[in-house]
Design a protein. Structure first.
Length: 113
């Protein structure tokens, strides 16, 4: 059974940092690209960051470039999203996605003073 479980969300002040984790099971993690998406209330889900199966190539939405970093540890079947210099507009539910396989349940990130 394919499963993705996110963790690490929470409430943080503007300018703060959080690291999200997504633990994968039930498929060959090292053979899969991985993505992070987010969805704010009333908005469509948007791609935040993507990483190839080896981690050699990463891509980012313009809104998070220079602030967020996606990485992966294939030995731990885990993908990460390091989020720095957080802004109120980063508030959203964050989801990891294994293309054509599964979505995680999401973890809430709230940036507020």
């Amino acid at each position: 059974q394919v499963q993705l479980v996110e963790s690490g969300g929470g409430l943080v002040q503007p300018g703060g940092s959080l690291r999200l984790s997504c633990a994968a099971s039930g498929f060959s993690f090292s053979s899969s690209a991985m993505n992070w998406y987010r969805q704010a209330p009333g908005k469509e889900r948007e791609l935040v960051a993507a990483i190839t199966k080896t981690g050699g190539t990463t891509t980012y939405a313009d809104s998070v470039k220079g602030r967020f970093t996606i990485s992966r540890d294939n030995a731990k079947n885990t993908v990460y999203l390091q989020m720095n210099s957080l802004k109120p507009e980063d508030t959203a539910a964050y989801y990891c996605y294994a293309p054509f396989r599964a979505w995680g349940q999401g973890t809430q990130v709230t940036v507020s003073s």
